[in-house]
Design a protein. Structure first.
Length: 476
């Protein structure tokens, strides 16, 4: 039964082909049937009855009127399918390769120099692996180059789109550069923090966490003209790593105000401008050089009221112990460094007073050394006003014997007696005992002292950083 239906279908097709159609005036009715032929078709037949193809390389079994080649040539202006496909392949290849004006040249089938050499895309590498050369080429062509690019359809980019692409590249460059700088800075800071020594800036010492960083000055303010300059320098210490300041005496050295109460009040007002805590010891002009014993005692009372426990004006972590026997003597332990101050002056007073004071200084120093024990501190720093000499022999002779047995670095800091800044060994045969004399008053800003924690071979335990004097101080 199925076979019969199939035969009937073919028979119906034959019937459809044999259907008569009305003819138009020109012999054509404007319709066609599959397999039908007209006069135009008969003209384009070969001798064997097959249609003549417009392209002999691609013969067609279709009627010439409805041939793909004929329609394609009409659309493309004479290009047959073979040439059209070749042109499409070339266009596709140029879009893939062309990234810039240079790429347009390299993507062409023929080099401009006539060498017919094929060029590869310069943003890619022929290497099978990822090497430095490939990374550089990728950066240069994709992220770094500002050459003109093409859109996805092969047309050139508009100015707005190109500008946006260039801005994106610029942001990438700045971001990469900033990241590199940040990484370098972190590395440098980490290195400095683990090895606190000289920083990158020559002459500036970077204090580590275990180092003691403080400043010392003396003989200031000595008159009204010095007050403004000293105030600015004390305020500037806020930007430093200073932990405290030691004033080595003669805070009221002006001839007009010397030994008078308002002079100490003025000195206190100036020193309060400091950004870090200030500890003060008395100098000879603060009391010993006032003339009579009565004036000296009264002046020392003024000093004690205004400057005796001056550090209490600041909040600080220092645990300071004050002597009950000698005005101006104090001591404290900070970061395993023992600091002791003693009242030592150059100006002559009664012999009994000198002996009594120096003997009490010896007792005070030995008391502190015994209190903390040999293992309780690693460095000893002593503050005084006068330079070691025969006048103070009753204090320094017993001290030297103590220092010899310590086997620790010992430093004695004092004000200027004569000359300028000096670092020296005050006693022969005692190499671990060093002394430093400050610069003359008004000639130098407060001097920085750093007591180093981690001392290696060839390094000094004490670092002294002298700051350049300002023009105001030079003129003085």
């Amino acid at each position: 039964e199925n076979k019969k239906k199939g035969i009937a279908s073919i028979a119906g097709l034959d019937k459809f082909r044999s259907t008569e159609k009305s003819k138009s005036a020109r012999g054509f009715d404007g319709t066609f049937t599959i397999g039908s032929q007209d006069e135009e078709d008969l003209k384009n037949l070969n001798s064997n009855g097959t249609p003549i193809s417009p392209n002999e390389e691609t013969p067609s079994t279709w009627s010439s009127r409805y041939s793909v080649e004929r329609q394609l040539m009409a659309i493309t202006g004479g290009l047959d399918s073979t040439r059209m496909l070749a042109k499409m392949d070339m266009l596709h290849s140029s879009r893939e390769k062309t990234k810039s004006a240079r790429g347009m040249y390299r993507a062409s089938g023929y080099a401009m120099d006539g060498s017919h050499e094929e060029y590869n895309d310069y943003t890619k590498t022929s290497s099978s692996g990822v090497g430095l050369g490939g990374i550089w080429l990728w950066l240069r062509g994709t992220l770094w180059s500002d050459d003109l690019e093409l859109n996805h359809d092969g047309t050139t980019q508009s100015l707005v789109r190109r500008e946006k692409a260039m801005q994106k590249r610029r942001r990438f460059r700045w971001g990469a550069a900033s990241l590199m700088v940040f990484v370098v800075l972190v590395g440098v800071l980490a290195h400095i923090g683990s090895h606190p020594r000289k920083s990158v800036a020559a002459g500036v010492t970077t204090a580590g966490e275990g180092d003691v960083d403080f400043y010392v000055l003396a003989d200031e303010p000595f008159d009204f003209s010095d007050t403004e300059q000293l105030t600015r320098e004390l305020e500037a210490l806020k930007a430093t790593s200073a932990e405290f300041i030691i004033h080595l005496g003669n805070a009221n050295g002006d001839k007009q105000s010397q030994c008078k109460e308002y002079g100490f009040e003025r000195a206190a007002a100036v020193l309060k401008e400091s950004a870090v805590p200030v500890l003060v010891i008395p100098g000879d002009k603060d009391w010993a050089a006032c003339g009579s014993k009565k004036k000296a005692e009264r002046s020392l009372e003024y000093w004690d009221v205004n400057l005796g426990k001056f550090v209490e004006h600041w909040d600080h972590p220092l645990k300071i112990d004050y002597s009950e026997d000698v005005v101006g003597n104090f001591a404290f332990l900070h970061k395993d460094v023992l600091f002791v101050s003693v009242s030592i002056v150059d100006a002559p007073t009664e012999a009994s007073e000198v002996t009594n004071r120096l003997e009490k200084n010896v007792a005070w120093t030995k008391q502190k050394l015994a209190e903390f024990g040999n293992d309780g501190y690693r460095v000893l720093v002593i503050f005084g006003h006068a330079r070691p000499s025969e006048k103070q022999n009753e204090y320094f002779s017993p001290l030297v014997e103590e220092v010899k047995g310590l086997n620790k670095p010992v430093l004695y800091l004092h004000a200027n007696s004569n000359g300028s800044f000096q670092q020296y060994t005050p006693f022969d045969g005692v190499e671990n005992f060093k002394a430093v004399q400050l610069e003359k008053r008004g000639r130098e800003a407060p001097m920085r002292v750093v007591v180093m924690e981690d001392v290696k071979d060839g390094d000094d335990t004490f670092v002294f950083e002298r700051r350049d004097p300002t023009m105001e101080r030079i003129e003085k």
